[in-house]
Design a protein around this ligand. Structure first.
Ligand code: AHR
Length: 508
């Protein structure tokens, strides 16, 4: 007989963590591989607009529901001089980018990116170089972007065609400065001191900006924890967020651990939140200065398959880490999104890394086709349906034994409720290798009516390429609601992720 599990997921309208921030559905455009060139930007492409941006990519970005985009790196930013990317294109230098061993032509820079972001309705999040540049260059970039007129850099922007300021609110103080691979890698003490000084100067240029200090590049970094507390001791009074980065992959066929990536993300976030609070308590910081989390790089990335930049021939916008994703990867991405929603009281910004071609939900062919990777679908589903409050879900399910993370719940859930519209969205992951029947209890939601239930299940077909990726999408899943509309039953297939949407009575 085939094994079949049961689980209970209970929703309570009154129990929530506050609003899900729209910035949780961000992504990331780095000058890396084909993310910018032949990704968002390809002047000769049949769909290109007057500025050279691919129209087909823009349509997919809108469909994905991305709200914010981090730019221009990533490791790239630690060798980048933003002044190379402004002014007449023909005068811009071709520079050797050490992070990804490629030649950066600088045909896209700050003004072009701003124009791209604005036209697509996404909020820009700019990173400054604190690896090989410093306080002066960072403050000058804020001046270039945000000062209306009358100063050297604001007038340069105006001469370059941007008469109005770009009004960039969100700024990252460097990237992964704890990582030995970072150009300009340094200690927590030195980075903390530099981040504080850069933050002070940038805020003197524009007091309204929000600042993100670099946290650890992963939970596994040997300096994890010490790095966060040291940086926050030094720079905590000057920043609003600390960053988190995490990439997940299936190691040596250990599928159970891979499916538990969301549980690993949960503990990473909880450890960082605890560290922020411990430093705040020690420093007797005011509660109004509460520091939150910017999870500004997360995804599935098969890093173990990446040969490393050293092994790469230097080229111009050649492919880098163009992972092809499977339906299993899409299930894990859905589960990671649930973890973010379940921590939306602390995680206010998150960026799926990256947006196009580089470990991305969107793939393009130079001069040609575009397609969605399997991971596109859970992101688009959550970005379009998670509205209002993040509900506290009570899950009671069997445990799943994993090699990397110990026992984790076999079923994971997150849910949102918009009190003004009554809309509810529930996201369910079945991490088990057998079907699980979920008894979803929603007694406090009057007028509960399911409007859709769709799912994706892992299969044995592995990574999908250009021909096979379009076959993958979310497909309908059967549900049955009780007569009194207080509960719904769903049979979750093995290794699957489901999104259920319901209309309920609004509270107004
Ligand atoms: O997203 C790819 C790379 O991963 C980024 O450049 C870096 O920040 C991280 O290590």
């Amino acid at each position: 007989m085939t094994e079949h599990g049961v689980a209970v997921v209970a929703l309570d309208r009154e129990q929530h963590r506050g609003a899900v921030d729209h910035r949780l559905f961000g992504s990331f455009v780095e000058h890396m591989g084909r993310c910018v060139y032949t990704g968002i930007y390809e002047p000769g492409h049949p769909s290109a607009d007057a500025e050279g941006f691919r129209g087909d990519v823009s349509a997919f970005v809108r469909e994905l529901g991305v709200t914010l985009v981090r730019y221009p790196g990533g490791n790239f930013v630690s060798g980048y001089d933003w002044r190379d990317g402004i002014g007449p294109r023909e005068q811009r230098p071709r520079r050797l980018d050490l992070a990804w061993r490629s030649i950066e032509t600088n045909q896209v820079g700050t003004d072009e990116f701003m124009s791209w972001a604005k036209a697509r309705g996404v909020e820009p999040m700019l990173a400054v170089n604190l690896g090989t540049a410093g306080v002066l260059e960072a403050a000058a970039l804020v001046e270039y972007c945000n000062v209306p007129e009358g100063t050297e850099w604001s007038e340069r922007r105006r001469r370059n065609g941007a008469l109005k300021p770009h009004e960039v609110k969100l700024w990252c103080l460097g990237n992964e400065m704890d990582g030995p691979w970072q150009t300009g890698h340094t200690t927590a003490e030195r980075y903390g001191a530099l981040a504080a000084e850069a933050a002070k100067a940038m805020r003197l240029v524009d007091p309204d900006i929000e600042l993100v200090a670099c946290g650890s590049s992963s939970h596994e970094m040997p300096t994890f924890g010490y790095w966060e507390s040291t940086v926050l001791e030094a720079a905590g009074e000057h920043v609003d967020y600390i960053s988190m980065h995490a990439y997940y992959e299936e190691h040596d066929g250990d599928r159970a651990s891979f499916l538990a990536s969301g549980a690993s993300m949960d503990s990473f976030i909880e450890d960082v939140a605890a560290t922020i609070d411990a430093v705040a308590a020690r420093r007797r910081s005011k509660r109004s200065r509460k520091i939150n989390i910017s999870f500004d790089e997360w995804n599935v990335w098969y890093q173990s398959r990446y040969p490393g930049s050293e092994a790469m021939e230097i080229d111009i916008a050649g492919p880098r880490i163009e992972d092809q994703y499977s339906a299993l990867d899409a299930v894990v991405v859905g589960d990671l999104l649930s973890s973010l929603i379940n921590h939306s009281d602390r995680v206010k910004i998150a960026c799926l890394a990256q947006l196009v071609n580089v470990i991305a939900p969107i793939m393009t062919e130079p001069g040609g086709a575009i397609w969605r990777q399997p991971t596109f679908h859970p992101f688009a589903a959550v970005a379009s349906s998670a509205r209002g409050h993040s509900l506290v879900t009570r899950v009671s399910s069997a445990e799943l034994a994993t090699r990397r993370y110990g026992d984790v719940p076999a079923v994971a859930a997150s849910a949102t409720h918009d009190p003004t519209t009554g809309d509810v969205a529930v996201f369910l992951t079945n991490r088990a290798d057998h079907a699980v029947t979920v008894d979803l209890r929603h007694p406090g939601f009057d007028g509960w009516t399911i409007t859709s239930a769709r799912h994706i299940a892992a299969d044995d077909r592995g990574p999908r390429n250009r021909e096979t990726a379009p076959d993958v999408s979310l497909t309908p899943l059967g549900t049955s609601s009780s007569e009194d509309a207080r509960s719904t039953t769903l049979a979750l297939p093995p290794h699957s992720w489901t999104v259920l949407r319901a209309a309920t009575a609004s509270i107004d």
